[in-house]
Ligand binder design. Structure first.
Ligand SMILES: O=C1C[C@@](O)(C(=O)O)C[C@@H](O)[C@@H]1O
Length: 254
């Protein structure tokens, strides 16, 4: 089974995995500088990790910073992500604030995708997906385990849940404590892709021993991979130019 998501002419789920670069600036000025630097980088998608932003709790300030980012990179697909502290992010906000922030940003017309955490709660996830879709915004439904790698069945079940709830792209990032944990993630990805997914899926095993999973998406079934520009947003992200070389090499081999 397959399926693609097309955002500003970038086809996620086709050919080589797409490269997404996170913006992790603390202020609106830093974010504009970071966005400026992306112009010389070979990336396909940009993620604004708004939980790094000093004023992440102030929706008007977030909108203003977003407009600043957009003015610098009007044509790149933009993913808006508030990563909660319990899933490895920088800040925690209440479920109400989380929903209000995502809903407000999806309605600005300035983002192409939002990331909604699976464990936010089924009702909130469904409501956010429905609001986002009304605005023509795609939704990545995500889950992160920064401590361990759940077993294969659990990884598949979370990805399937993300799909069932209506997420356009189910995603999971897990932490390996052993090289075989990386194989667990890769096997789960392959099974999800072959047996259950009718849309693109994103998976990664974090940290140094997981790096192979950030490179091998085209073989095992992960449609997008995160690469670092100035600063990584999670352990194991490698520089974009090196990432592109390896993705292309693997693509040519297939
Ligand atoms: O969810 C993800 C994946 C990620 O955690 C990674 O491991 O590359 C990086 C985050 O910025 C992004 O939101």
């Amino acid at each position: 089974m397959s399926g693609t998501v097309t955002v500003k002419q970038v086809i996620i789920g086709e050919d080589e995995p797409k490269i997404c670069v996170p913006l992790v600036g603390l202020t609106a000025d830093e974010l504009k500088e970071e966005a400026e630097a992306l112009k010389s980088l070979d990336c396909d998608v940009v993620e604004w990790r708004v939980d790094f932003f000093e004023q992440a709790e102030d929706i008007e300030a977030v909108k203003a910073a977003l407009a600043g980012i957009r003015s610098v990179i009007p044509d790149l697909p933009l993913l808006f992500t508030f990563r909660s502290a319990r899933e490895g992010g920088e800040k925690e906000i209440s479920p109400e604030q989380y929903a209000a922030l995502n809903q407000a940003i999806a309605g600005t017309g300035l983002v192409d995708l939002i990331d909604v955490e699976l464990f936010t709660g089924e009702e909130t996830v469904k409501a956010l997906i429905s609001e986002a879709h009304k605005q023509g915004v795609f939704v990545i439904v995500s889950n992160h385990d920064f401590d361990k790698t759940p077993d294969k069945e659990e990884i598949i079940s979370r990805l399937r849940k993300a799909q069932e709830l209506g997420g356009d792209i189910p995603k999971i990032a897990v932490m390996p404590n052993h090289p075989l944990d990386v194989l667990t993630l890769l096997e789960a990805t392959h099974i999800m892709k072959e047996k259950y997914a009718d849309r693109p899926v994103i998976t990664m095993s974090m940290s140094g021993i997981g790096v192979i999973s950030r490179l091998s998406g085209e073989v095992f079934g992960s449609a997008l991979t995160f690469g670092a520009a100035k600063k990584a947003s999670a352990p194991g992200q490698i520089a974009v130019s090196e990432l592109r070389q390896v993705l292309s090499l693997l693509h040519r081999s297939l």
